[in-house]
Write a protein that binds this ligand. Structure first.
Ligand SMILES: Cc1cc2nc3c(=O)[nH]c(=O)nc-3n(C[C@H](O)[C@H](O)[C@H](O)COP(=O)(O)OP(=O)(O)OC[C@H]3O[C@@H](n4cnc5c(N)ncnc54)[C@H](O)[C@@H]3O)c2cc1C
Length: 420
């Protein structure tokens, strides 16, 4: 029986491990933290469920459908579209085909032009039915250039695209490769945007259960300090011990993967964000319902998510939970950022008081995604780029997303199976 070591227990490592074990390999996974999930984790604080940063699951991602049991995740869905907010002003922009009741509000929305609404529908028809495999391909241009080329107005870009797609790519200037826009736009029109009732951490928990069932041995608090590959064999160093294997899959975050394998093509420039969680008394209802709030003015905060309205399980009885995400890692203290969030809410909702808004926690996430400039996919490393029997898995071999990570685990497992 072939012995395979997986380094890293994020989504990509868990998928690679399960698939290889199902193919008959003897698989051991080493994870350096005391818990699995990597960038997708959740924790409990005072009865609130806090994901590590604001993250959502697009149920239409092909790899999500392939790798996850969505029913078992007990998903809670966001409403399509968003509420655009600025001082003394809020407006709804919904997908008229998926949220017909909000269609009239959307039709009257002054924050985008009538032509923009027509163009959204055209794009929906064009991208909504496209083969997902083709969506990331295209000329090397930024999201901003793509939207300009498609004729969207400055108003649409400033008020909607910058905060909405800036929230997805953690880059409000929309300098990310347009393929990421096409892919996510298409997924948004095909499926739900949701969180599991028990938090995003339920995703790696499900993958880990399936991996263990397939026979994978998972060891947490086991950091791998070195990986060495030769023809048909490989070794890893962990805790002073050398472990021999027929193949090793490095499924860490890109920075660590680059250090462990020395592969220069691994992208290590980061996109960062700060997510703050706030509790409020439950009787307060913001009129955004299950829709994300977008800051049309600046990125502090870029978005506010009505988490416990979408997933009541995220907050204890009598409380509501909001998250607010600011892009980058600003030089301001947690308290200063929390004050900026409160000030923004007060100006968006002058009819409400926010005296009871309390900061529950702040997550500063230095490495949330790797930077994806136009044409980035041309330079990504191949799955077998390292020396010898060492393989790469991780979002950085595809694109920075849950889809990219899950898919990379499958691709790495297939490469190992074919070679070993
Ligand atoms: C705040 C935030 C918001 C996001 N929002 C979304 C979203 O809404 N939708 C979406 O699709 N994607 C989103 N993403 C991106 C998505 O979460 C990632 O692309 C994906 O989780 C990456 O998975 P991975 O397995 O490639 O890597 P990681 O999750 O980074 O996993 C790598 C694992 O390797 C472990 N490791 C590292 N070094 C070692 C070592 N030496 N030895 C052993 N183990 C090691 C780490 O501890 C970690 O568990 C978001 C990410 C963040 C952080």
């Amino acid at each position: 029986m072939s012995e395979v070591v997986i380094v890293g227990g994020g989504l990509s490592g868990l998928v690679a491990a399960r698939r290889l074990a199902e193919d008959g390999a003897d698989v051991t996974l080493f994870e350096r933290r005391d818990e699995l999930g990597g960038r997708v984790r959740s924790r409990e604080v005072d009865g609130f469920t806090l994901d590590r940063g604001f993250q959502v699951l697009f149920t239409a991602y092909p790899a999500v459908r392939e790798e996850l049991d969505l029913d078992a995740l007990d998903l809670r869905g966001f409403a399509p579209g968003a509420t655009i907010a600025r001082p003394d002003h809020r407006s709804v922009l919904a997908d008229p085909l998926r949220a017909p009741f909000a269609a009239i509000q959307s039709a009257l929305n002054p924050d985008v032009t009538v032509l923009d609404k027509v163009r959204i529908l055209q794009l929906r028809r064009q991208l909504g039915n496209a083969d997902p495999e083709t969506l990331l391909d295209g000329p090397a241009e930024s999201i901003r250039e793509y939207l300009d080329r498609k004729g969207f107005s400055e108003r649409f870009v400033e008020n909607f695209a910058a905060p909405f797609y800036g929230g997805i790519t953690l880059d409000r200037s929309l300098s990310t490769d347009a393929g990421v826009f096409r892919y996510t736009f298409s997924m948004l029109s095909r499926g739900e945007t949701a969180v599991p009732a028990r938090g995003m951490g339920a995703i790696p928990a499900q993958l880990a259960t399936r991996a263990r069932k397939a026979g994978v041995t998972i060891e947490t608090e086991r950091a791998v300090s070195a990986v060495d590959g030769e023809e048909g064999a490989a070794t890893v160093e962990t805790g002073g011990e050398t472990v021999d294997a027929d193949a090793v899959v490095v499924a860490t975050d890109p920075k660590r993967a680059s250090e462990l394998t020395g592969v220069d093509a691994i992208p290590t420039d980061a996109r960062s964000c700060v997510t703050q969680y706030f509790s409020m008394r439950e009787h307060r209802s913001l009129d955004t319902g299950h829709r994300l709030l977008l800051n049309a003015v600046d990125s502090c905060p870029n978005t506010v998510a009505p988490l416990s309205t979408v997933a009541p399980e995220y907050a204890p009885d009598g409380h509501a939970l909001l998250s607010a995400t600011t892009l980058g890692v600003p030089d301001r203290s947690d308290e200063e950022l929390a004050t900026a969030v409160k000030d923004a809410l007060v100006t968006w909702y002058p009819e409400h008081r926010f005296d009871d808004l309390e900061l529950v926690a702040t997550d500063r996430i230095e490495f949330a995604q790797f930077d994806q400039p136009p044409g980035f996919r041309d330079d990504l490393p191949a799955v077998d780029a390292p020396e010898g029997s060492v393989y790469l898995a991780g979002d950085y071999t595809q694109w920075s997303s849950i889809q990219g990570a899950l898919e990379s685990g499958r691709v790495a497992a297939e490469a190992v199976r074919d070679d070993v």
